[in-house]
Design a protein around this ligand. Sequence first.
Ligand SMILES: [Zn+2]
Ligand SMILES: [Zn+2]
Length: 186
Amino acid sequence: MQIDLSELTAANDTRKECTVPIDAAVFSFQKEEYPVEEGFVVLRMHHTSDRQVEIEADVRIVLGMVCSRCAAPLSEPFDLTVSCLLDLNKKAGEKPKDTEEENEEDDAFVNCVMNDRFLDVDTLAFETLSENMPFAVYCKEDCKGLCPVCGKNLNEGDCGCSATADEPKDPRMARIADLFKNVKEV
Ligand SMILES: [Zn+2]
Ligand SMILES: [Zn+2]
């Protein structure tokens, strides 16, 4: 959802707090699409002067994901806080004049401003989420994963395949094995 900042920036030293829903139904990240099951942002905004807006946002998103080990569907909650300074005088995509003084994080949020006055809250939330996406999610801490031979979900019981002897039985070891697998893929 987009909110209009023109009222806020009409005077100096003005503050506004509001809760804004995330409209997008899907979060796209690294070629994956995750349904947004729940999403809203609590915004605390402070217009200091000259169209400089300090923003502090609590981002609450629940994504539909799958367990990285057993592929069971799960709802992963994210509670993230982000603060940034929006310069409404700056155009999206515009290169900062003095890179040493610019905060790179703030630059990422330039794309959240539309037509110099609208804050795109979905973009703000998704930028924040992109930087906090976990490497992997698990349905539970000690998920046993799937049998590499028969594909049975080992959380539901042992399948009796002898070849699983090659696989680490300890879930903590399984997680380390996952890490190595992913390192190899990269
Ligand atoms: Zn699992
Ligand atoms: Zn098996």
